[in-house]
Design a protein around this ligand. Structure first.
Ligand code: PLP
Length: 393
């Protein structure tokens, strides 16, 4: 062969020997060839397992999907380019053959609210916000609006309310609505929504699953009734995870149990410490025995592993005092996102709820002195010491 041909073909498509890589490698190939056309035809027909084209299947992505699907006890999973593309896919898939109306938890991630209000509503899919902890209100909304889907989060942001997924799923099934649970804050190690009757569990894998702040990714896990027939939707829309991101996310999941255990312990200890601090007005924590949803939390979460996000109100503070306090933090990272190995703080009024009108923020209970914390895996002594010096300043 001539060099201009060799540069294209040499080294590629050699058959591997009998070795097996210990961890799944990054398959960057866009397409796959087979020994015969007959085989390729069977792959296209879905009669033989194997990848054909990277938008449909990718071995690295499949491994990540298999991993998270196993943890969620689902019927199948689809890795997505981001948490938002995962939510979009789940809602579109759920509403393919259901009524085009959504009931959504009023306390929901800002971009999810934007997706419903600014993308799906103009396309003819209206949504109604509802207090997700009020089962009677959900039942009434189902009677009135006849929704095709109920969209909720396992733990709401930033006030950490917890809806009864199992009870909500019973109501939804009576009304032929799908339940879509954004399980990002809980991870499948704490709560498995599909086991509780949900149709879809969705993650921003950017957060706990990846855990190191270096990947943007998402995943949708569906129950066996919804999957695999809806897989074709993701093949068509194409907002799927790339092999590099799937590799990193999978690497992250391997330490998920260790990280979440430490993060939960740190969140519980930090909440205990903050409650006693004279400059702290109120702590919102899933470990608080007086939490308004304590009974639901006790039923759905393993004891002592009730999430690793908390928030607190800085006594008498307005935005300038909150900024001063947050600027004084030395180790704890001021940034959006959560679930990373490092402890992070965020000011919801400036970030996640920036686009919510102040009056509406107040109605949601998100005050101007509220600060959200995502507990990391550092030694609790160092986390507390940083808060202590910043609160003293
Ligand atoms: C971050 C986040 C999302 C969006 O995920 P991206 O990966 O940023 O697209 C959705 N839901 C929750 C609860 C989140 O925290």
């Amino acid at each position: 062969m001539k060099p201009e041909t060799q540069v294209v073909h040499a080294g590629d498509r050699n058959k591997p020997g009998t070795y097996t890589p210990v961890t799944v490698p990054i398959f960057a190939a866009a397409s796959y060839t087979y020994d015969t056309m007959e085989e390729l035809d069977r792959v296209f027909a879905g009669e033989q397992a194997g990848p054909s084209y990277a938008r449909h299947d990718n071995p690295t992505t499949l491994a990540f999907e298999d991993l998270v699907n196993t943890l969620e006890n689902g019927g199948g999973a689809i890795g997505c380019a981001s948490g938002m593309s995962a939510l979009h896919l789940a809602i579109v898939a759920a509403l393919m053959d259901r009524r085009r109306h959504v009931i959504v938890a009023s306390a929901i991630y800002g971009a999810t609210s934007n997706l419903l209000n600014n993308v799906l509503d103009p396309l003819g899919i209206p949504s109604t916000p509802i207090d997700i902890t009020d089962l009677a209100a959900i039942e009434a909304a189902c009677e009135r609006d006849k929704p095709g889907a109920i969209v909720m989060e396992t733990i709401s942001n930033p006030l950490l309310r917890v809806g009864a997924i199992d009870e909500i799923a019973k109501i939804a099934r009576k009304h032929n609505a799908a339940v879509i649970v954004d399980n990002t804050f809980a991870t499948p190690l704490l709560v498995r929504p599909i086991e509780l009757g949900a149709h879809y569990s969705v993650h921003s894998a950017t957060k706990y699953l990846s855990g190191h702040g270096d990947v943007l990714a998402g995943i949708v896990i569906s129950n066996t009734d919804e999957f695999p027939q809806r897989k074709s939707i993701s093949k068509t829309i194409g907002g799927i995870i790339g092999p590099f991101e799937a590799y990193l996310a999978m690497r992250g999941v391997k330490t998920l149990a260790l990280r979440v255990e430490r993060q939960c312990a740190n969140a519980a200890k930090l909440a205990d410490w903050l409650v006693k601090h004279p400059r702290v007005d109120r702590v919102h924590s899933t470990y608080d025995p007086a939490h308004p949803d304590a009974a639901t939390i006790a039923r759905l979460f393993p004891k002592g592993r009730q999430g690793a996000i908390l928030s607190f109100e800085l006594k008498g503070a307005k935005q300038p005092e909150v900024f001063e306090f947050m600027d004084r933090l030395k180790m704890i990272v001021r940034a959006t996102s959560l679930g990373d190995v490092h402890t992070m703080t965020l000011y919801p009024a400036m970030s996640s709820h920036r686009d919510v009108a102040p009056k509406q923020r107040e109605r949601l209970g998100i005050k101007d002195n509220l600060i959200r914390i995502s507990a990391g895996i550092e030694a609790i002594e160092d986390i507390v010491a940083d808060f202590e010096q910043a609160l003293a300043g």
